[in-house]
Design a protein around this ligand. Structure first.
Ligand code: UT7
Length: 321
């Protein structure tokens, strides 16, 4: 039995760090509103020249260095993103080229599951490793959501940020990813979407993110609690055996609700929403890297990763670090 084990993690945040007060100078909002409703204090915004693939490649280089692996040793690259550099080719192939391993021929593809993207990508990588189809897999969550925000819409523009997080997974005889579960329900597609499309040389429909915040909030709390319960139970564990929750960082109140449901205190949660805002597919690997680099997450500890977003698509993964 081959497990997918985390060999290394890395992240990258654009230099431009924007505070709530900075935003309050541009839109009708306040630090007090953003902090009490979401927990967010800062977000990073990519420079004009920085593309999603640049953020992803920087995070990937850090993860490879942490894993002690050369890029040429990768068998597969998966990038989770909803803000790709272009319609095609995939951001993963651009990352492969930026890592200087285009000629290696290793497969590379994107996964698009919005804020659940990293859950989908990691679970896919796990399946490749378990089946023996790959040994070393790079999984990146990378986003430049600042480019799909309507900066005059205070209900959405204060919530999101840019960034990238990466993990290198390697085949191992010891755990590893223990269990993962993915879910989707397309009936909720209207609650959170960026509907613009390019057709016949024109953009039709709004090219900006739209969200029914309270609608998403209510369902997120319910669905995350259920999928977390299922993953833990199906793996044969109980929630008191979880050392860390590493959640999608959209809203502190949603995170608190999931932790409370599992009977775990906030001291068992890696919280980065205050520093990063909601970075969609990048938020879980950014939080994971932050937890590991700060020394809080230790080898041998059991982690629950969970996230939900547009689609709806959601999921959770239980692993031993
Ligand atoms: O990552 C994908 C998953 N996404 C999420 O998990 C997001 C889930 N939803 C949320 O996190 C919350 O619903 C929000 C943070 C988006 C909104 O919080 P809320 O407590 O649900 O607020 P609301 O949307 O019900 O708005 C309350 C009030 C409204 O004013 P009125 O109608 O009560 O007068 C809004 O116009 O707050 C107003 N408002 C703002 N005020 C100041 C909305 N945005 C802002 C703002 N600054 N930025």
């Amino acid at each position: 039995m081959q497990y997918a084990k985390i060999l290394g993690t890395g992240s990258y945040l654009p230099a431009n760090r924007v505070s709530n007060d900075d935003l309050a100078e541009k839109v009708d909002t306040s630090d007090e509103w953003i902090t009490t409703r979401t927990g967010i204090k800062f977000r990073h915004i990519a420079a004009d020249h920085e593309k999603t693939s640049d953020l992803a490649a920087a995070a990937a280089r850090n993860a490879l260095a942490d894993a002690g692996l050369a890029a040429g040793e990768l068998d597969l690259i998966i990038v989770a993103t909803s803000t790709p550099d272009m319609i095609f080719p995939s951001t993963a192939t651009i990352v492969q080229q930026k890592l200087g391993i285009g000629s290696s021929g290793c497969p590379a593809f994107d996964v698009q599951a919005v804020c659940a993207g990293f859950m989908y990508a990691v679970t896919t990588a796990d399946a490749y490793i378990r089946s023996g189809m790959a040994k070393n897999v790079l999984v990146v969550g990378a986003e430049t959501f600042s480019r799909i925000l309507d900066w005059s819409d205070r209900a959405t523009c204060v919530l999101f940020g840019d960034g990238a997080g990466a993990v290198v997974l390697g085949a191992s005889d010891t755990p590893g990813i223990i269990h993962g579960k993915l879910k989707a329900d397309g009936n909720y597609l209207d609650l959170l979407k960026t509907p613009g499309q390019i057709a016949n040389g024109k953009i039709s429909g709004t090219p900006f993110l739209t969200m029914d915040g309270p609608g998403v909030f209510k369902l997120a709390v319910k669905m995350l609690a259920k999928v977390a319960d299922e993953v833990i139970t199906e793996a044969g564990f109980t929630s008191d055996q979880i050392d860390w929750i590493v959640p999608h960082q959209a809203n502190k109140r949603i995170i608190e609700s999931t932790a409370k449901h599992l009977g775990l205190g906030m001291e068992k949660v890696v919280l980065t929403v205050q520093e990063h805002g909601n970075t969609s597919a990048a938020s879980i690997p950014l939080a994971l890297d932050s937890g590991i680099r700060s020394g809080r997450i230790q080898r041998g500890q059991r982690l629950l990763l969970e996230g939900i977003g547009g689609g709806f698509a959601w999921g959770a993964v239980l692993l031993e670090y």
